[in-house]
Design a protein around this ligand. Structure first.
Ligand code: IPM
Ligand code: MG
Length: 368
């Protein structure tokens, strides 16, 4: 049997430096756990644009379709701000999501105990937090037509369209219910059924799928604005939240911050099963390319490393190894090591990106 294959697209800004730490952990698995991957690398985002004039070359897209999983760093940067919309770095990411049909985006927000005081919320509100936002990722206002900026009379009009089919809602709802069954068995669905027809349909279809296929799971519905408020007020009331592409984008940034830093949050984007039974999959940190700190050894590699852990869990059936990584990170944080995004408390030890990687590798060694 050949090794499972990984395509690394490190991207822009801090993407390559956090991905360097992930590569060391992949090597560690090959050396110490006999878990070897065939790793290839390619460009995405601004770095791809610089070389090919497009944020995602067709050959890279084809490779992404073939591998068992894609690991992505981050895309974007001020250098590309004035590019035409069609070749902006973000379009590379959106093309991967769309063409791989990665409709279910899992964004866990877990608060490591050592960071509970670092959150902008009170300790008891966030300590022990463990929720997952399931964001629909291939439809909605991100992709709906018509879109564009048109002239109307003597002014311009910007247009985007929120559009959801029943089957698009049904499949992401199923993935949320499936996930809930492996957790605390509760799903809260969020939309704006009070003002949007797409929200009315969303609510109906989620309820229908629930009643027909997942009656054992507890289902509640919430308007997305109230959901945002509840996420700050008492986030531990949630287990799995399922929501559309745009609300999911916003609610997941907010949930991420509950845990102290965007530098901590991984994500998995999953599609339909491939011939080998594994889902089409891409794993990426929730944080962006952070161009302001790129290349200075300040970036926190934990979100990207936790994304590798999600790959082990969801693509490669190695849940125990995912837990091993999570425990190693827990240990390093408990020991007081902090990258620049997590500084501010008394008595912690500031470390660089690579030193954080060193410490996590040492904790992995110690776990054997
Ligand atoms: C995210 C990001 C992306 C999005 C950007 C980079 C296109 O914010 O993954 O949350 O809006 O989906
Ligand atoms: Mg976002």
């Amino acid at each position: 049997m050949s090794n499972p294959s990984l395509l690394i697209l490190a991207g822009d800004g801090i993407g390559p430096e956090v991905m360097d730490e992930v590569k060391r952990i992949i090597d560690w698995y090959g050396d110490k756990r006999g878990l070897k991957f065939d790793v290839s690398e390619d460009l995405v985002g601004g770095s791809a644009y610089d070389k090919h004039g497009t944020p995602l070359h067709d050959d890279t897209m084809a490779k992404a379709q073939e591998v068992d999983a894609v690991l992505l760093g981050a895309v974007g940067g001020p250098k590309y701000d004035n590019l035409d919309f069609s070749v902006k770095p973000e379009r590379g990411l959106l093309r991967l999501r769309k063409e791989m049909d990665l409709f279910s985006n899992l964004r866990p927000a877990q608060c490591f105990d050592a960071l509970a005081d670092f959150s902008s919320l009170k300790r008891d509100v966030v300590a022990g937090l463990d929720i997952v936002i399931v964001r629909e990722l291939t439809s909605g206002i991100y992709f709906g037509e018509p879109r564009g900026i048109i002239n109307e009379g003597n002014e311009r009009v910007g247009i985007n369209t929120q559009r959801y089919t029943e089957s698009e809602i049904a499949r992401v709802a199923r993935s949320a219910f499936e996930l809930a069954r492996r957790r605390d068995n509760r799903v809260c669905s969020m939309e704006k059924a009070n003002v949007m027809e797409s929200g009315v349909l969303w609510r109906e279809v989620v309820q229908e799928i629930h009643d027909a296929e997942y009656p054992d799971v507890e289902l509640t519905h919430m308007y997305a604005d109230a959901g945002a408020m509840q996420l700050c007020r008492w986030p531990k009331q949630f287990d799995v939240i399922v929501t559309d592409n745009l609300f999911g984008d916003m609610l997941s940034d907010m949930a991420a911050m509950l845990t102290g830093s965007l530098g901590m949050l991984p994500s998995a984007s999953l599609g339909l099963p491939m011939d080998n039974g594994r889902p089409k999959a891409m794993y990426e940190p929730v944080h962006g390319s952070a161009p302001d700190i790129a290349g200075q050894g300040k970036a926190n590699p934990i979100a990207c490393i936790l994304s590798l852990a999600m790959a082990l869990r969801y693509s490669f059936d190695q849940g125990d190894e995912a837990t091993r990584i999570e425990n190693a990170i827990e240990k390093v944080l408990a020991d007081g090591l902090r990258t620049a995004d997590l500084l501010g408390e008394e008595g912690v030890t500031p470390v660089s990106t690579t030193e954080m990687g060193d410490a996590i590798l040492a904790a992995l060694d110690a776990s054997l």
